[in-house]
Ligand binder design. Structure first.
Ligand code: N01
Length: 857
C-alpha cells in the first residue's frame, strides 16, 4: 500500500481544481489528485475541436468563489473559445497552487471501500496504490465519449478524429473532403469552422436540432469595467436564477400571449443570443407542448429564412421533439453554412450509417468518400464517468451493480452503500440545467461541509441513507415527469442516447434556486438524509415534497417571487390574488352575486331544496377574495350538488379583528334566512374555509352554536387556530415552504392589531367545544399550522364532536389554490366531498344509496 491521504480527488477540471483548493487550503486536509490528462482543464483539455466555446457568457461561466480570480482574469470574448478557457483554468490552477496536488497522466483504475479501516483503496494505471478516507470524484458529467457504433473505423485510410479527444496541434482541413457525424452542440459549433477550410464537407445528421444564435462578440472595455465592478452582485443573482446565470426570469405563460407577443418576445431574445431564449421568454415552454410549439415554430421559421434550399431547410427543421427537451445548442453561422456550395447535408434517419470503410462512410443508401471523418456523436453522460473508476462500495457491491437499472443518488452527490465518496455534479444533480462552474462550486462547498462535520464529530464514515436516496429518486423522477423532457427520444438528459443504457432520470430538473434551497436545508438540519457512523438524520422536508409542489416552488423561486414574510401588504394581496390564475378552471354553473353580505352563490343543477355550503377564502385575514375562491367553489357545488355561498369579509389591517369574524357569522345568519330564495335548504348548512378562512369557519361554527343556529358540518382546511401555539410543526416548518412562521405571525398581528386573543380569534380557547357540528379537519404535512389544526381536531373529538381528520403528505399550505399545478389539490375536494355528502344528505347521496340498496318489496 502506498501513501495514505485524507482525500483523493479524481479529475483536474473546474471541479477538481476547486476541490483541491477547498479541501487542502481551507480544511487543511492532505489531498492527492489524479488526472488522466497531462495538465488541468478537464473537458476543456480534451474538447479542442474547432469552434469549441462556452455558451454561458464567460463572466458567468467561471469561478465565483475568489474575488481575486474574478478581478485578475479578463475575458476577451463574450463567450470564450476553448483555448482561452483552458488558459484560464491553467492560470487558476497556478494561482491556487493546486497543480502540485495532482499526479497527471494517471488514470484511476479502481477504488474499493474497506469497512474495517473506513478507507478507500485507490489503484492507478501506473501500478501504484494509495488510500484515502474520502474520495471526491470530479470526473465531470460529459467526459466519456459515446462508444463508436460504426464498425470499420480501424480500416479507414484517412484521418479520423473525435471532437472529445482532439489533437493538441490544429488540424488542417484545407483542400480535404471532410465528413462530420453528429449535429448536437459540438457538431453545430464545429461544422461552420470546418467548412471554412474543407474543400467539401458532408454533414451526417440523424436528428435536426433547434440551434439559436450565440451572438459572440469581443468584450468591450466598458463592459469589462462594469463586470469588474459588479461581480459580487451578479454572481449572487446568478444563483437565484433558473439556469444559474443572471438572466431575467420569464414571468408569463406562452399560452396567455398572442402570436404577435410571442414573436416580439422571441425576436428580442433571438437578437440577444444564448440561453435567455429559453430562460427569459415564457414560463411554460418546458411544461406544455402547445406553449413549446410557439418557440419551436419560431425557430423553424428562422431556419427556413436562413437556409436557401427549401429541402435542406426542411431537413434542418426539428419536428420530433419539443424545444429544450434536448439540451439546446447555440450557433454562429451554422445555418448559413448549408448555403455554401461545398457543404452537403445527408439525412441518416432513413438511411443509417452502417460502417466506416477504408475510403469513407457507408450508409444503407450510399457511400461517401472522404479524407477526414470527425465524430461528434456525444457522451455517455453522468453515470459512465463514475463507473469507469471501477468503484466497489460497502459489502463488495460495485457501482455497476448498484446502477444496473439506472442511477440512484442523494442530491446527485452521494450514493448509499458508498461511504465517504462524493460525486461532484453526479447523476441526478441539478448540473445539467445549472451553469456548470457554479453548480460545481455549490457541490464542492457542500462536500467540504460534510467532510468538515465528519472531522469535527470524529466520524469514520458518512453516507446517504437508503431512504434519502429513494426519496430523492422519487422526487427527481416525479419532477422530471412534470416536464416535457422525457418526450425527447435519444436525449442524454434521459440517458437514451446510448444504446442499452437504462432510460431514467439523470438530472434534477428544478433549476438552481430550489436545488440550492434543498441543499441548504439538508445542511441546516445537520446533513439531513446522511448517516454519520450509522447515526441517521431524517430526510428533510423539501426532499419529501410532492413533486408537483416542488416544481411549483421551483417556479416561484426561479421567478424571484418574494417569500410572503418579505412582502408588503400590497404585495401579499397581489400574490394571493395571483392564485386565481394557478387554479384549474371550475365547471360552468349558475352564479349569483349578492352585495350584502358580499357573496357569490353557486347554484348547481338539481331540484330544490339543495344542501348549502358557506365557504370562506384564505389569505391570512389580510388578503384573498371571492375571485380566488371561485374555482374551488365551482368544484364544490358541482361535486356535491350543493348551493355554495362564497362569502367575503372585511380584511385586516384596515378592518382588524373582530371585523372578519363578525362578517362571516353575519353571512351565516343571512344564508339561513335567505338561501331558500336560491334553492338552498336552510336546515342543511355546512361551513367551510381554507387557511384563515378555515379559522373563520371554525369560529363561525362556535358562534352559530351559541346563537342556536344548527349547522350540519364544518370543514376546516389547514386552519390556523391560535397565534400562540407552540408546536413541532411550527418549528419544523418555521421557514415554510410557502407559509413561514414569520409570515403567519405577520398575518395574525395584522388581524388582531393588538386585540386580546379571545375564542373568537382562537377557537381552541373556547370554554367548551361540545355541541359543535361534526368536523372534517384537513391538514397538509409541510405546514407550520399543521399541529395546531390537528390539536384542534383532537380537542373537538375530546369534547364529543364527531371528527374526521385527513393529513395529506407532501403538500403545503395554500395547495387548494394551486390546482392547475398540483393535481393532488383534488384530494382536498375528494375528502371534503366524501365527508359532506354524508353530512348534508344530499340528493347525490340519496341517489347513491338508492343505487346500492336493493329496493324492498
Ligand atoms: O453530443 P449530443 P454533443 N448515427 O449527444 C449524433 C455539451 N456541450 O457532444 O440526436 C448518427 O448532443 C446524434 O444524433 P441523434 C452540451 O451540454 C456544450 O454535441 O442521436 N448520428 C447527435 O446529433 C451538449 O448537449 C458545448 O439522432 C449519431 C450527435 O451525434 C453536450 O455537451 C459545446 C449517432 C450527438 O449530440 C453534448 O453535445 C459542446 C449515430 N449512430 C457540447 N450517434 C458548449 O457550448 C450519435 N449521433 C458549452
Amino acid at each position: 500500500m502506498g501513501q495514505d491521504h485524507d482525500v483523493v480527488v479524481v479529475g483536474a477540471g473546474f471541479s477538481g481544481l476547486y476541490a483541491v483548493h477547498k479541501l487542502r487550503d481551507e480544511l487543511g486536509l492532505s489531498v492527492q489528485g489524479f488526472e488522466t490528462a497531462t495538465g488541468p482543464g478537464g473537458t476543456w483539455y480534451w474538447n479542442r475541436y474547432p469552434g469549441a466555446r462556452c455558451d454561458f457568457e464567460s463572466v458567468h461561466y467561471s469561478y465565483s468563489f475568489s474575488e481575486e480570480l474574478q478581478r485578475e482574469w479578463e475575458w476577451t470574448e463574450r463567450f470564450a473559445a476553448q483555448p482561452e478557457i483552458l488558459a484560464y483554468l491553467e492560470w487558476a490552477a497556478d494561482k491556487l497552487d493546486v497543480r502540485r496536488a495532482f499526479r497527471f497522466n494517471t488514470r484511476v483504475k479502481s477504488m474499493t471501500w474497506d469497512d474495517a479501516t473506513a478507507r478507500w483503496t485507490v489503484d492507478t494505471d501506473d501500478g501504484q496504490t494509495c488510500s484515502a478516507r474520502f474520495v471526491v470524484s470530479c470526473v465531470g458529467g460529459l467526459s466519456v465519449a459515446k462508444e463508436p457504433e460504426f464498425p470499420g473505423a480501424e480500416t479507414f485510410e484517412g484521418e479520423l478524429y473525435w471532437t472529445s479527444n482532439w489533437p493538441h496541434e490544429p488540424v488542417d482541413f484545407t483542400g480535404k473532403r471532410v465528413a462530420v457525424v453528429g449535429t448536437g452542440s459540438t457538431g453545430i459549433q464545429a461544422i461552420p469552422e470546418i467548412a471554412k477550410q474543407a474543400v467539401h464537407l458532408t454533414v451526417f445528421q440523424r436528428t435536426a436540432n433547434y440551434a439559436a444564435p450565440l451572438r459572440n462578440a469581443p468584450v468591450e472595455p466598458d463592459q469589462r469595467r462594469w463586470n469588474a465592478e459588479h461581480h459580487a452582485e451578479v454572481r449572487a443573482r446568478s444563483r437565484e436564477r433558473f439556469v444559474g446565470a443572471p438572466y431575467e426570469p420569464a414571468t408569463r405563460s406562452a399560452l396567455a400571449a398572442t402570436p404577435e407577443e410571442h414573436r416580439a418576445v422571441y425576436n428580442k431574445y433571438w437578437e440577444r443570443g444564448g440561453f435567455p431564449l429559453l430562460a427569459s421568454t415564457f414560463t411554460d415552454l418546458l411544461f406544455d407542448e402547445r406553449a413549446n410549439e410557439t418557440i419551436a415554430e419560431y425557430i423553424r421559421e428562422r431556419i427556413r429564412e436562413r437556409v436557401k434550399d427549401p429541402a435542406t431547410a426542411e431537413l434542418l427543421c426539428p419536428t420530433d421533439h419539443p424545444y429544450g427537451t434536448k439540451r439546446p445548442p447555440f450557433e454562429t453561422d451554422y445555418y448559413e453554412t448549408f448555403n455554401l456550395p461545398h457543404v452537403e447535408l445527408v439525412d441518416v434517419r432513413p438511411a443509417p450509417i452502417e460502417a466506416i470503410t477504408p475510403t469513407g462512410i457507408k450508409t444503407s443508401a450510399a457511400s461517401y468518400d472522404v479524407d477526414v471523418i470527425v465524430l461528434a456523436t456525444g457522451f455517455d453522460v453522468f453515470t459512465r464517468p463514475q463507473l469507469n473508476l471501477g468503484i466497489t462500495g460497502r459489502g463488495g457491491i460495485t457501482l455497476d451493480e448498484k446502477w444496473a437499472e439506472g442511477p440512484a443518488s442523494y442530491l446527485g452527490l452521494q450514493v448509499a452503500g458508498f461511504p465517504n465518496l462524493f460525486t461532484i455534479i453526479g447523476p441526478q444533480s441539478a448540473a445539467a440545467l445549472y451553469n456548470v462552474p457554479l453548480a460545481i462550486e455549490d457541490h464542492v462547498d457542500f462536500t467540504a461541509a460534510v467532510i468538515a462535520r465528519a472531522e469535527t464529530d470524529g466520524a469514520q464514515n458518512v453516507e446517504a441513507t437508503p431512504e434519502a436516496e429513494r426519496t430523492w429518486g422519487r422526487l427527481t423522477e416525479g419532477m422530471l415527469d412534470l416536464t416535457l423532457l422525457p418526450r425527447a427520444k435519444g436525449s442524454w438528459y434521459m440517458g437514451d442516447n446510448i444504446p442499452g443504457k437504462p432510460r431514467a432520470a439523470y438530472l434534477f430538473p428544478s433549476g438552481a434556486p430550489l436545488y440550492r434551497a434543498i441543499c441548504a436545508q439538508v445542511q441546516e438540519r445537520g446533513f439531513a438524509g446522511f448517516a454519520f457512523d450509522g447515526a441517521e438524520t431524517p430526510v428533510p422536508p423539501l426532499v419529501r415534497l410532492d413533486p408537483a409542489v416542488a416544481m411549483f416552488l421551483a417556479g416561484m423561486l426561479n421567478r424571484g417571487i418574494k417569500p410572503l414574510e418579505a412582502c408588503t401588504l400590497e404585495e401579499t394581496r397581489e400574490l394571493v390574488e395571483s392564485f386565481a390564475l394557478l387554479q384549474a378552471p371550475g365547471p360552468e354553473l349558475r352564479v349569483e352575486a349578492v352585495d350584502k353580505p358580499r357573496a357569490r352563490i353557486y347554484v348547481p343543477e338539481g331540484s330544490a331544496p339543495l344542501p348549502v355550503v358557506v365557504f370562506f377564502h384564505g389569505g391570512g385575514w389580510v388578503a384573498g377574495s371571492l375571485n380566488v375562491a371561485d374555482a374551488p367553489c365551482r368544484q364544490l357545488a358541482a361535486r356535491l350538488g350543493a348551493v355554495v355561498v362564497a362569502a367575503g369579509y372585511r380584511l385586516a389591517p384596515d378592518h382588524p379583528f373582530p371585523a372578519a369574524t363578525d362578517d362571516t357569522f353575519a353571512a351565516i345568519e343571512w344564508v339561513q334566512e335567505h338561501i331558500g330564495e336560491y334553492g338552498g335548504d336552510p336546515r342543511r348548512i355546512a361551513v367551510m374555509g381554507e387557511s384563515a378562512g378555515a379559522n373563520l369557519a371554525a369560529v363561525a361554527a362556535l358562534r352559530a352554536r351559541d346563537a342556536g343556529i344548527d349547522l350540519a358540518a364544518q370543514v376546516l382546511i389547514y386552519p390556523p387556530i391560535d397565534p400562540a401555539a407552540l408546536t413541532a410543526s411550527r418549528e419544523e416548518f418555521a421557514d415554510g415552504p410557502f407559509l413561514s412562521v414569520a409570515a403567519g405571525d405577520m398575518m395574525w398581528g395584522a388581524y388582531l392589531s393588538g386585540a386580546e386573543v379571545t375564542p373568537l380569534a382562537a377557537p381552541s380557547r373556547a370554554a367548551s367545544l361540545a355541541g359543535l357540528p361534526p368536523a372534517l379537519v384537513i391538514t397538509v404535512e409541510h405546514d407550520p399550522t399543521r399541529d395546531e389544526a390537528e390539536g384542534y381536531a383532537n380537542a373537538l373529538a375530546e369534547a364529543g364532536v364527531p371528527v374526521e381528520h385527513r393529513r395529506l403528505d407532501g403538500l403545503i399550505h395554500g395547495v387548494l389554490n394551486m390546482s392547475a399545478f398540483v393535481p393532488r389539490a383534488a384530494e382536498i375536494h375528494d375528502a371534503a366531498s366524501d365527508f359532506l355528502i354524508e353530512r348534508l344528505a344530499s340528493d347525490f347521496l340519496i341517489e347513491r344509496l338508492a343505487s346500492r340498496v336493493p329496493s324492498i318489496g
